[in-house]
Design a protein around this ligand. Structure first.
Ligand code: DGY
Length: 329
């Protein structure tokens, strides 16, 4: 039997890529930027499997243009780049890579939280700009962490891991919102599930960990920012469109909130002349929360497992739509 044909949309770590290459006839896109949508469709057209990234739009039209496709494996835990309903309708299993990003992403959320609270980036920039003249009794005064209140919007794996760091390390009180109660964080961290209004009104740090969907898009809008404390720090390591960036710019400029730390933006990449980048109290990173050696290697391994399982007609290791029965050729 001939080897399955797959399209891999970027170079990913060898932990996964080597296994895909060993088992498949793999077309691996090695450009410095993702393929265009048209190229993605063209290169996937004759393929049995697609290993995609969060930068690839995988929609119903692509699925229809690729009739041989038996599995889509996303190299990410998030899957808002894929039309899951369309995949499910067409009997296409979709894999993702949950679990292995939890610590790296929670670490980055904490990194942004403390760096924004202490104005680290603006302070460092002032030295490079030749502005460090003396020890300043009133300069770069930031926010305290110990004993603060942390509000988590979306208490999944990453939210819980950040809450544990802040509670055990800094004695923070934890509030959260989530469609589901999380008994573990309530027992282990004394976390309290509250209405979003109360969370915004009481939290010194607000960190976003919700999936992006129609219900969560723009959840941090002008009204939400106005409801936050003036000393509050907003952290987003989930998805950029959760935040209305124009409203965030206004909230920072007017002092409605103290600072923001963003690992994700809308759009990505953020333009170099985006006004948020000129805000001294806004720290922006280029979507790197999962960028550690171990995490990216583990993501590649799972993405390869999901792809190969789908091609073999076996259940995926992590499926976003487990109700879809795997297909054989
Ligand atoms: C994911 O996997 O969804 C992350 O955003 C990548 O860092």
């Amino acid at each position: 039997m001939s080897r399955p044909r797959v399209f891999v949309t970027r170079i990913i770590p060898e932990e996964g890529l080597a296994r895909v290459r060993a088992a498949c006839d793999a077309d691996v896109w090695d450009g410095p930027l993702p393929p265009s949508y048209e190229t993605l469709v063209e290169r996937t057209r004759e393929c049995d499997g697609l290993l995609s990234l969060l930068t690839d739009r995988v929609d119903a039209a692509l699925m229809d243009a690729c009739p041989r496709l038996r599995v889509i494996s996303n190299f990410a835990v998030g899957f808002n780049n894929i039309d899951i309903a369309a995949a499910t309708e067409r009997g296409l299993p979709v894999g993702n890579t949950p679990g292995v990003l939890t610590d790296a992403t929670a670490d980055m959320a904490f990194c942004l939280l403390i760096a924004a609270a202490r104005q680290l980036v603006a302070a460092e920039r002032s030295i490079r700009d030749g502005e460090w003249r003396t020890w300043e009794p009133m300069g770069f005064i930031g926010q305290d962490l110990v004993g603060a209140t942390l509000g988590i919007l979306g208490m999944g794996r990453v939210g819980a891991a950040l809450a544990a760091r802040c509670h055990h390390g800094f004695g923070m009180r934890v509030l959260y919102t989530d469609p589901l109660q999380n008994a573990d964080v309530e027992r282990d961290l004394g976390a309290e599930r509250v209405a979003v209004e109360r969370l915004l009104a009481e939290s010194d740090f607000v960190s976003l960990h919700a999936n992006l969907d129609d219900a969560t898009r723009g959840m941090i809008d002008a009204a939400a920012l106005a409801a936050m404390k003036p000393n509050a720090v907003l952290v987003n390591t989930a998805r950029g469109p959760l935040v209305d960036q124009a409203a965030l710019l206004h909230a920072l400029r007017s002092g409605e909130i103290f600072a923001a730390g963003l690992d994700v933006t809308d759009p990505e990449p953020m333009a170099a002349d985006d006004p948020l980048l000129a805000e001294p109290r806004c720290i922006v990173a280029p979507h790197i929360a999962s960028a550690t050696v171990r995490t990216r290697g583990a993501m590649a391994e799972i993405a390869a497992d999901n792809l190969l399982a789908g091609l073999d007609g076996r259940p995926l290791r992590h499926s976003v739509n487990p109700e879809v029965a795997p297909r054989t050729r």
